[in-house]
Design a protein around this ligand. Structure first.
Ligand code: NAP
Length: 238
């Protein structure tokens, strides 16, 4: 529960119309949070919310394109009036472009489009929502990263995507430092290789397994970790 109120915590999940983000919405709502399912396309958000409603799970929807500062600003304004606050932010939206190219062949534009969504999109979304968390003295931020972004094991796989996730992890460290002792906890999560449009049909994990560590980090107690990188609820190397 929100520390200063009896109302449920409000969670905003980006890129939640399908895949892991949709499942995070399901699990957070099942845990009693008030969930805002966001997507860059209103129709997709509506369809996803209907899908959850069929299972008795109630979420609200919000249009949010993380690559558009206008869209982020509009979402922050909308949510301020509709739900009054965001306590939990799961930065899940991401793209995987030029997966098979090597770093010398990947067009610069593919790096730019990847960084726009996977890095700058997260920074801009945090800049819109985290200051109010700090003011209220409570917040949980989960940056959905990837084992592909681990510097300790990085190889030649998907250069634009992998480098973007390493940069995202660096942002996690920066934001954790900026929010130290404010009640806001910030962590990176690796969902593992998950069966989604991005992960493909051969991935070993279900969306439910992939969402587990993200939901755990989104609902950490006040003495939980900050500035870490987690997989299967355990810290992993950067
Ligand atoms: P997915 O099925 O491809 O879903 C990606 C989601 O991000 C979609 O809802 C997509 O919306 C949304 N998105 C993309 N660009 C956006 C933007 N500019 N604004 C708002 N939403 C945007 O991917 P997933 O497998 O669920 O991945 C979710 C997260 O887990 C990502 O951060 C990914 O990097 C990470 N991850 C996944 C795996 C895996 O094996 N699946 C492994 C490691 C990490 P549209 O439908 O509009 O395109």
């Amino acid at each position: 529960m929100y520390p200063h109120s009896k109302s449920p915590l409000v969670a905003l999940v980006t890129g939640a119309n399908r895949g892991i983000g949709l499942e995070v919405c399901r699990q957070l709502a099942a845990a009693g949070l008030q969930v805002v399912l966001s997507a860059r396309d209103r129709d997709k958000a509506t369809a996803a919310a209907r899908q959850l409603a069929k299972d008795g799970i109630d979420v609200s929807i919000q249009v949010l394109d993380v690559t558009s500062e206008d869209s982020i600003r509009a979402a922050a304004r909308d949510l301020e009036s509709k739900v009054s606050r965001v306590d939990v932010l799961v930065n899940n939206a991401a793209v995987l472009i030029a997966e098979g190219a090597d770093v010398l062949d990947t067009p610069l534009d593919d790096f730019r489009r990847t960084f726009d969504a996977n890095v700058f999109g997260v920074i801009a979304t945090c800049q819109a929502f985290v200051p109010r968390m700090i003011e209220r003295g409570y917040g949980r931020v989960v940056n959905v990263s990837s084992a592909a972004g681990q510097l300790s094991t990085m190889n030649g796989y998907a250069p634009a995507y992998s480098i973007s996730k390493a940069a995202l992890n660096a942002f996690t460290r920066q934001l954790a430092a900026a929010t130290k002792n404010t009640g806001v906890l910030v962590n990176s999560a690796n969902p593992g290789w998950v069966r989604t449009d991005m992960g493909g049909a051969n991935a070993p994990r279900s969306v439910s397994q992939g969402a587990d560590t993200l939901v755990w980090l989104a609902t950490l107690p006040d003495d939980g970790p900050t500035g870490g990188f987690f997989s299967d609820r355990r810290p992993i190397d950067w």
